[in-house]
Design a protein around this ligand. Sequence first.
Ligand SMILES: Cc1ncc(COP(=O)(O)O)c(C=O)c1O
Length: 355
Amino acid sequence: MIHNFNGGPSILPKEVFEEASKAILNFNNTGLSILEIGHRTSLFQPVLDEAVALAKELMQLDDEHEILFLHGGASTQFMQVPMNLLGDKETAAYLDCGTWGLKAIKEAKLFGQVNVVGSSGDKGYTYIPKGYEIPSDSKYFHYTTNNTIEGTELFDIPETNVPLVADMSSDILSHVMDFNRFDLIYAGAQKNIGAAGVNMVVVKKDILGKVDRKIPSMLDYRQHIANGSMLNTPPVFAIYVCMLTLRWLKNLGGVAAIESINNQKASLLYNALDTLPIFTPTVAKADRSKMNVVFVMPNKTLEEEFKTLAKQEGMVGIGGHRSVGGFRISLYNALPLNSVEIFVGLMNAFARRKG
Ligand SMILES: Cc1ncc(COP(=O)(O)O)c(C=O)c1O
């Protein structure tokens, strides 16, 4: 039995894999593979429409917000956001709370002025900055809701009147929140939404069209909205997998239902980390991520020993990001509670043996 704790691309529901495999051979009994159907056909359009409708329903979005499925990974959004929203002479506020946010800051500087209003870079991004001010004349405020690499998460939406932009790549749809508070949300699909190769972007229409620069068609949100995410050939299969994953989430009871399971998984693991001295969580308690749990052990030898044992027991993807080391256990929506129970059982057994 494999327990997949990969940071992304990561585990998806078994039902999704089964359905997607069937569709590769024979999509909806058409005798055609999902991989060979035209995107502008009566076969694919319902897939895209259902994905959009499910995302809207699960996020309880109002009619001001559009949903797009775009190419390019979340990294493309690092530049697409400022290209569409930030004029050369205007300033956007950014929170520097992890590796990905820092990359977003670097790209934004290509298009306008960036005011880094808070940073946790002084302590290796092991906490979420607090008490920062967002100047009211900022064009927008950008932050990363979950720091996939460092293992911190921001659950409360910052109080501000400035338009909010968030990178939710690694915690979207994992807990209930008021998604309507955001003017723009983006997320690479490969963690909680579906397969790699597509981004979901939620954008409030009235923030667009306010910068002077010329925007290439493929990077212009307005053109994507006008063309229903079909300005060019969309990533058909990746969108299909998103649709199946969103369907799975709805059938499970939606975001509130998955939040309750996610809470159980995170408490189980953090509780073990807090009670077994051989394992040390690396981030501030108040800012712990429920999606990516990061910890270290007293030395490399013990870490290697535990990793080898975990591998023998079928645990996959538990090593920390190459920039952090130690361990990172990703608890995305599709990861069953049972995998966490088995992993925690292994931690307990290892700690007993070493203690
Ligand atoms: C929070 C966050 N933002 C952005 C990215 C970059 O995503 P992509 O590789 O799809 O460009 C990742 C990837 O893991 C991420 O976790």
